[in-house]
Design a binder for this molecule. Structure first.
Ligand code: PEP
Length: 224
C-alpha cells in the first residue's frame, strides 16, 4: 500500500512553548498506516521538536538549507548542521524563500545536497523550476507543487488544476524513469484534505497554517 505523505510546515508561526506543546500532542497521535507524517518546525526549535518526535514515526525536517558545510554562511543552515542534530531531510525552494532571495536557483543548492544524498522536498510553482536533469532515484527526493497564490490565502487550487500540473510533471518524470512523489501545497485544511489526498496523482500534501493547530492537523492526518 502506497502511503500518502503529510508535511506540516510550521514556518515561523509558533513560539518555543507552542512548538513543544504541539510536538507532544503529535507524539500521542495514532498515525494511520496509510499516512506518513513529517513536521518542519522553525529552525530555532528544530532540535527540541526532533528530540520529542524521534520517539515516534513522525519525521522532523528542516525548512531550508543554504550550504553543505560552509562556515562563512552567516544566518544560513548547513547540511552538516542538520545532520548533527539528527535531521536528514529539508524543504527546499519554498516560495517564501524564493521571495526573500530573488536570485534563488534550486540547482545551486541542489548541487551540494544531491551528492550528499541529503533528502529534500523541492517546492515549485512552475514546471520550469524543476531541474529534472539533476534528479535521481538514488535516495528519496520529493517534489511539492505550491502555487503561490494559494499559499496562506485560504484559496485552494481545484483538483482539476492540481491533477493537470501533477500529471504534466509525472509524465516528465516517467520519461526519465524517475520515481518521485509529488505533494500539493496551498491552503490545505480539514475541509479539503480528503478530496485532495484522494487524487491518484497526489502523493501527499504540504500544509502550512492548518498544521500549526492540533485539531486541524489531527483531522487532516485522519481524513482518508
Ligand atoms: C506552505 O507554507 O507551504 C503552505 C502551503 O501554507 P498554507 O497551507 O498555509 O497555504
Amino acid at each position: 500500500m502506497e502511503q500518502k505523505i503529510i508535511v506540516g510546515n510550521w514556518k515561523n508561526y509558533l513560539n518555543k512553548d507552542e512548538s513543544v506543546k504541539l510536538a507532544k500532542e503529535i507524539l500521542d497521535e495514532k498515525i494511520p498506516d496509510k499516512i506518513r507524517v513529517m513536521i518542519s518546525p522553525n529552525n530555532l526549535y528544530l532540535n527540541q521538536v526532533n528530540d520529542i518526535l524521534k520517539q515516534s514515526s513522525v519525521e522532523v525536517i528542516g525548512q531550508n538549507v543554504t550550504s553543505y558545510k560552509s562556515s562563512s554562511d552567516t544566518g544560513g543552515v548547513t547540511i552538516i548542521g542538520l545532520k548533527d542534530i539528527g535531521v536528514d531531510r529539508t524543504i527546499l525552494g519554498h516560495s517564501e524563500v524564493r521571495k526573500r532571495n530573488k536570485s534563488f536557483k534550486s540547482e545551486e543548492i541542489l548541487k551540494e545536497v544531491i551528492p550528499e544524498e541529503f533528502k529534500f522536498i523541492l517546492c515549485f510553482e512552475g514546471i520550469e523550476q524543476i531541474p529534472f536533469n539533476i534528479l535521481n532515484n538514488d535516495f528519496e527526493i520529493i517534489l511539492a507543487y505550491e502555487p503561490v497564490w494559494a499559499i496562506g490565502t485560504g484559496e485552494t487550487a481545484s483538483v482539476e488544476h492540481i491533477n493537470e500540473v501533477h500529471g504534466m510533471v509525472k509524465s516528465e518524470l516517467s520519461k526519465l524513469n524517475l520515481d518521485i512523489p509529488i505533494l500539493y501545497g496551498g491552503s490545505v485544511n480539514p475541509d479539503n484534505s480528503n478530496e485532495i489526498l484522494s487524487q491518484e496523482l497526489v502523493d501527499g500534501v504540504l500544509v502550512g497554517g492548518a498544521s500549526t493547530n492540533y485539531d486541524d492537523l489531527h483531522k487532516i492526518i485522519n481524513c482518508l
